[in-house]
Design a protein around this ligand. Structure first.
Ligand code: UGA
Length: 456
């Protein structure tokens, strides 16, 4: 099928590349011409496993191409994916100006029946708003050309985006048009049936992917409610971890014991310094805003946000417990990205933590396996180290903020010799406490208390 994907951010680029891999002719559009020429040259601006290889392969086969001409791309395509950003405004309400602009362009360029598909996470009711804007902008000579709006939310996780796009747990299609639903099922058929080339012999391959057919409002809701629920699960377990710490229980054992109950499950139960990224913070705030706006205030969601905002400061408190006065101490921070296997630092706990240590007068050295430049919001007083050992030389304290694999297998004997103070705060509960204590480190996890901590 002829598909165009508007916006080449995380969602747009992964969607475009993966749709081309399953045999569609995909035209990806971005108004940033520098980005377009980089992508045409096969260079990916985000760190996502497997994406660059698939991009190169489909550029070469001609299934995938890039342009900054939105109007031509719309005219050439049967299905138009809207994948532009919806960043939060200061009130928490998402900024829809990019979506509105795309809808106006679609209205002006309509030249036949098209499916307009929204993949961006948008406020509930946006499908109707897009329809209205397209209708208002349709050229008189184009009138009569029909279109349908579909809400098709994306559930991919950064760092696992290609896997999630090819092997999703569900596909949600929200539309009032049976014709559009049938075309969407046809587009996604290889993924639903899991019978495309890339899936063969892939360990993530599923039997079949369930499809949820619903109206557009419910579809938009599925996305928000899913992210809000996952964020709630994490804030809940972090709150429990904080109480465990007071009582000397071990959160790893507690979550293991809880997770064996199939109604609870073991996933998204990893206690730590809280959630960040471009999705949970934005989406939980947006849902809370909508709930308030429609007269049904979201008490739980507001508490989920509050617990998360406080959680990252646990690290500061623990540092004070280890070091007393922070002024003039050397602190080595491992990890900048909001989670491993991505170079995204949006709403990353690392930035708040590092800035606070600097404010308290510490010398802070930072190492991240993929982030080498100062991310937005990071105090330039932080020193970027070239490797973890450089970050920790003469340090009084190590703080693990992001659980990159590389940090789990560090040479801790060597670190013990080069650090000034044998103190480790494990903000993600991934290090081997017993081993570190044997080497002579003082170890503090999040809610790992004094229990056995076998948690397996
Ligand atoms: C999240 C959702 O998981 C995706 O399903 C969704 O499509 C995406 O948002 C989106 O809306 O676009 P993502 O933000 O990439 O994906 O990252 P996650 O892997 O969900 O992690 C989010 C945050 O939760 C990270 O800061 C991570 O460190 C934290 N987390 C996750 C925990 O603290 N504990 C856990 O057990 C799991």
């Amino acid at each position: 099928m002829k598909v165009c994907v508007i916006g080449t951010g995380y969602v747009g680029l992964v969607t475009g590349v993966c749709l081309s891999e399953i045999g569609n002719r995909v035209l990806c559009v971005d108004n940033d011409d520098r980005k377009v020429s980089q992508l045409r040259g096969g260079k990916v601006h985000i760190y996502e496993e497997g994406l660059e290889e698939l991009l190169a392969k489909n550029l070469e086969s001609g299934n995938l191409s890039f342009t900054d001409d939105i109007s031509a791309a719309i005219r050439e395509s049967e299905i138009i994916f809207i994948c532009v950003g919806t960043p939060p405004l200061p009130s928490g309400k998402p900024d829809l100006s990019a979506i509105d602009e795309v809808a106006r362009e679609i209205g002006k360029s309509l030249n036949g029946y098209k499916i307009i598909l929204n993949k961006s996470t948008v406020p509930i009711g946006t499908a109707k708003r897009i329809k209205k804007i397209i209708n208002e902008n349709t050229n008189p000579e184009n009138e009569g050309f029909d279109f349908d709006i579909v809400s098709n939310p994306e559930f991919l996780k950064e760092g696992e985006a290609v896997k999630d796009a090819f092997f999703p747990e569900r596909i949600v299609i929200g539309s009032g048009s049976q014709k559009a639903i049938d075309i969407m099922k046809k587009l996604y058929r290889p993924i639903i049936e899991q019978d495309f080339e890339y899936a063969k012999n892939n360990s993530h391959r599923k039997e079949k992917v369930p499809v949820v057919i619903t109206d557009s409002v419910s579809s938009e809701f599925i996305k928000y409610a899913s992210n809000a629920f996952l964020a709630t699960k994490i804030s809940f377990i972090n709150e429990i971890a904080n109480v465990c710490e007071r009582l000397g229980a071990n959160i790893l054992d507690v979550t293991y014991g809880m997770g064996l109950d199939a109604r609870i499950g073991p996933r998204f139960m990893q206690a730590g310094i809280g959630w960040g990224g471009s999705c949970f913070p934005k989406d939980v705030r947006a849902l809370s805003y909508t709930a308030e706006e429609y007269g049904s205030p979201a008490g739980i969601l507001n508490a989920v946000i509050q617990v998360n905002n406080q959680q990252r400061f646990k690290v500061i408190q623990k540092a004070m417990d280890f070091l007393g006065i922070i002024d003039d101490k050397i602190i080595g921070v491992l990890g900048l990205s909001f989670k491993p296997n991505t170079n995204d630092t949006r709403e990353a706990p690392s930035i708040t933590i590092i800035n606070k240590f600097l404010e308290l007068g510490a010398e802070v050295r930072v190492y991240d396996p993929v982030i080498k430049d100062y991310p937005e919001g990071l105090d330039p007083g932080a020193i970027m180290a070239v490797d973890p050992y450089g970050a920790l030389e003469r340090a009084d304290l190590m703080v693990l903020v992001t659980e990159w694999d590389e940090f789990i297998s560090l040479d801790f004997e060597r670190l013990k010799n080069i650090m000034s103070g044998p103190n480790i705060i494990d903000g993600r509960n991934v290090l081997d406490r017993e081993k570190l204590q044997e080497i002579g480190f003082n170890y503090s996890g999040i809610g790992t208390g004094t229990g056995t901590g076998t948690g397996s």
